[in-house]
Design a protein around this ligand. Structure first.
Ligand SMILES: [Zn+2]
Length: 386
């Protein structure tokens, strides 16, 4: 997707925006059984809730988004769109096994943070292409330190750890590998946060016709190479979760935000168990809100109210060159549509339909103080500035 020429200013500099991310970063979807819920007209702005307009006007943070290759000419329309919705982005730099790309993302993030501190926060990452070399760990910490010096609030680890990266003996490297401990200790010592996309939705290990949401089904149909159900050599879903949980056990004073609902997306009860067990753990919702939408509405609503301090709104929206581009004029529209549909889901109890979910469902009409935490306050709590 890209801006039309009306926004791009010159024919050679079109701003490309995509609703999913880095090539390998999946914009996972949702579908499946739908819960028909009775309307709950008791909630709304008059009852301690918030209208869509009030939510749009409130300062917010999208705690999971990506920028790569955005030119200076493209910055204006992008930042203007964020300001229109009163959003700041946590721009997450990612994929250590693609070091050239990661360095470009870091360069962009540093520039944007410097120029637009009100709208851009960022997370750095580190090289994994040099995995196994004697100096890889030292180099990783140096890159992280440089990021912190440029106001990065977090360090990203991606699903390549557990699903792609291997040792010379052919064994997959898992996130609880002791060789990562000094990295995590360093992040903790600097008062920063680990943002961890580990594993995939459980759907990734299921056949297409058993997946619960349509965007997962579409993604894995389009990308069989990432469909773990077809690749039994990849450590399974439970091993991915166990390795991530082992990190939480080993580093109880390290703040960890699990991307994509911490890969616990399929059951809010299971997520709740993790929150109870690990006080140092929160999750962002990026590309997984549909997994709430296929679960029972009141259960999800009660869960969000109970764990209102542990949930961060996020989308996985992405902007910049190097991303998938599918046509003119659709980029701004994707950002606009994503935010508008999410305002409606969280703030109202209206009937809603989205392509990711089969069937209709109702919005959650969350109380105003819960919306304020999920969309704003929790970000600074889980990603302190210093
Ligand atoms: Zn992402």
């Amino acid at each position: 997707m890209r801006f039309g020429s009306g926004f791009s200013g010159s024919a050679g500099q079109k701003l490309k925006l995509v609703s999913l991310a880095l090539a390998a970063l999946a914009f996972f979807a949702c579908s499946g059984k739908q819960q028909e819920q009775a309307a709950s007209p008791e909630m709304g702005a008059a009852q301690g809730g918030m209208t869509v307009e009030e939510l749009k006007a409130m300062p917010k943070v999208d705690a999971h988004a990506h920028v790569m290759g955005l030119t200076e000419a493209e910055e204006g329309p992008f930042i203007a769109k964020l300001k229109e919705h009163n959003f700041a982005w946590l721009d997450i730099c990612t994929i250590g096994t693609k070091w050239d790309s990661l360095q470009l993302q870091i360069r962009d993030a540093e520039r944007l943070r410097e120029r637009y501190p009100e709208n851009i926060e960022w997370a750095t990452s580190f090289n994994l292409q040099n995995w196994g070399r004697p100096d890889w760990q030292e180099a990783a910490i140096k890159t992280i330190q440089e990021g912190f010096d440029k106001q990065a609030v977090s360090v990203k680890v991606w699903k390549e750890i557990g699903m792609v990266l291997k040792d010379p003996d052919g064994k997959f490297v898992m996130i609880d590998d002791p060789r990562f401990d000094p990295i995590f200790d360093y992040i903790q010592s600097q008062g920063k946060t680990l943002v961890a996309h580990i594993g995939e939705p459980r759907n990734c290990w299921l056949p297409l016709d058993s997946m619960t949401v349509n965007n997962d089904r579409k993604y894995f149909a389009d990308h069989p190479e990432y469909h773990s159900y077809l690749h039994p050599e990849i450590p399974d879903f439970w091993k991915q979760i166990a390795a991530r949980d082992h990190v939480l056990d080993k580093h109880p004073n390290l703040r960890v935000v699990g991307c994509h609902l911490g890969s616990l997306e399929y059951d809010v009860d299971w997520m709740a168990e993790h929150f109870d067990k690990y006080p140092n753990f929160a999750v962002d919702m990026a590309a997984r809100i549909c997994h709430f939408q296929v679960q029972e509405r009141e259960k999800v609503r009660n869960f969000m109210i109970k764990y209102q301090d542990r949930l961060l709104y996020g989308t996985d929206l992405a902007v910049g060159a190097g991303f998938v581009s599918t046509g003119p004029d659709s980029a701004l529209a994707t950002i606009e549509a994503t935010y508008n549909k999410d305002y409606k889901y969280f703030a109202t109890d209206e009937e809603i339909e989205v392509w990711e979910v089969t069937g209709k469902f109702r919005g959650l009409a969350l109380p105003a103080d819960v919306l304020k935490k999920i969309f704003h306050d929790n970000f600074r709590k889980w990603y302190p500035a210093s």
